[in-house]
Ligand binder design. Sequence first.
Ligand code: SAH
Length: 225
Amino acid sequence: MPAPDDNGFAGMRRNMVTYQIEARGVHAENVLAAMRHVPRHLFLPESLRWAAYDDTPVSIGRGQTISQPYIVARMTELLELDPDSTVLEIGTGSGYQAAVLAEIAHEVWTIERYGDLAREAERLLEGLGYQNVHVIVGDGTLGCAEAAPFDAIIVTAAAPHVPTALAEQLSEGGRLVIPVGDTSVQELRQYRKQGDAFKEARVLDCRFVPLVGRDAFGESRDGTP
Ligand code: SAH
């Protein structure tokens, strides 16, 4: 249940789902319900909460951003989750996407390279009662071998290619959703593991902050000021 004293945010959230998400063709009921429910404004710095339900990405500090609601919805739909799914997210950021995943899936692991962002997200997710999210500080390009395989993996930062460890840590039939390209523009892709092969679908053009790690862009490509 959304907090009763929601200051009108619940109404804004319903409108966000209707006009930004359903209207653009995301129809998976589990995704729409999750996004009507998660209090997105709490994942933003207090001074930017007014923009939480706008049709844009928003800064969350350290040069990073919380994605536009439509992109969160579309990526979540492409993961094809059900209540038994185990999911790995690379790029915890504010923790908002992780909360949306936690509403739908059984268990969520999320990796963030910045310790302060990870701790803040973890505190918020715990406070909201999500007991099925595990926040890890580290280089997400290496995945999380201890918890693998995953039914779904979502990368919420721009990758130059699919990191090898992530491909390996996907279960048979599993879905990997990832923006692939250079640091200025990328193509959102869905990969489905079928035996030794990956079936690729190219979805839309997008713009994410860079994935910085051993199997992605080097430190110098980090957008941090
Ligand atoms: N999913 C987030 C937004 C992600 S912004 C949300 O819902 O708010 C991208 C995030 O990826 C940033 O926080 C950035 O620090 C992180 N990141 C970049 N490279 C990473 C890596 N190799 N491992 C883990 N996190 C990484």
